[in-house]
Design a protein around this ligand. Structure first.
Ligand code: F6R
Length: 242
């Protein structure tokens, strides 16, 4: 696991964008794994600028998002499908037909989750997976206690995660209780994993991710089992590392 401590979030965005730009330069049809939430936003901003200045193109790239809320009506501004479109893929030359997300409202959720797994595999797997980390150590929405071998499925959010995400909604009551998320086993199949964490509220989770035992109690610690993980931190998120 490679740990990079950077002075600010803009640098986190630049370093991550360097990796994505160089991947696409060698493989224009690469498969990106996209996360939502605040952590990847500096990466998406930087990629948007590079697209505008002509240094990177997503015209042939494919993307799979990590997770989706269950129960939000289609088109709801906080549906992750909408968020990823507004924050990133609509701002660059991504073909909307090449951007996929798990179905949060499918009638047969189990089959929809299996179909999502198959779609990732049919695309050749994820070349580069962007991740954030929850304050409780989740990646995707694999909350503490998730099996290290889990695949795409429904999960219940912890109250801590619902409170953390309430900032995106008008009230805590509006934050869905369930999500569909890629499993830890799914995420670990990506060729390269790039996790971004900034801010003091992530410091404890980052310590468990990097220095803790591999344990379902901190799902992100499963990344210690992966041969190619880059963790991009600011000073505050790195402040509890020994
Ligand atoms: C979002 C996701 C989550 C977030 C995590 C951190 O698609 O998978 O694991 O990455 O909750 O969220 P932020 O970055 O908003 O602190």
């Amino acid at each position: 696991m490679e740990i990079v401590i950077l002075p600010n979030t803009a640098e986190v965005g630049r370093l991550a964008a360097d990796q994505i730009e160089s991947l696409l330069a060698g493989k224009a049809h690469a498969v990106l794994g996209l996360a939502t939430g605040s952590s990847p936003l500096p990466i998406y901003r930087e990629l948007e600028q590079r697209y505008q200045s002509g240094t990177v193109s997503f015209a042939r790239a494919r993307a799979f998002t990590l997770d989706e809320y269950v129960g939000l009506p289609d088109g709801h501004p906080e549906q992750y499908r909408e968020v990823i479109r507004k924050e990133f893929t609509d701002k660059v030359d991504f073909d909307p037909a090449n951007v996929h997300g798990p179905a949060g409202n499918a009638a047969g959720t189990h089959y929809a989750c299996q179909a999502y797994e198959k779609a990732v595999q049919a695309a050749g797997g994820v070349d580069l997976q962007i991740l954030g980390i929850g304050t409780d150590g989740h990646i995707g929405f694999n909350e503490p206690g998730s099996s290290l071998a889990s695949r795409t499925r429904i999960k219940t959010l912890t109250e801590q995660t619902r409170r953390d995400n309430a900032r995106f909604f008008d009230s805590l009551d509006e934050v869905p209780r369930h999500v569909v998320t890629q499993g830890l086993g799914t995420i670990l199949e990506a060729s390269h994993i790039l996790l971004a964490a900034t801010g003091a509220n992530k410091a404890q989770a980052v310590r468990h991710l990097v220095e803790g035992p591999v344990s379902a109690l901190c799902p992100a610690s499963a990344l210690q089992l992966h041969p190619h993980v880059t963790v991009l931190l600011d000073d505050a998120a790195a402040s509890q590392l020994s």
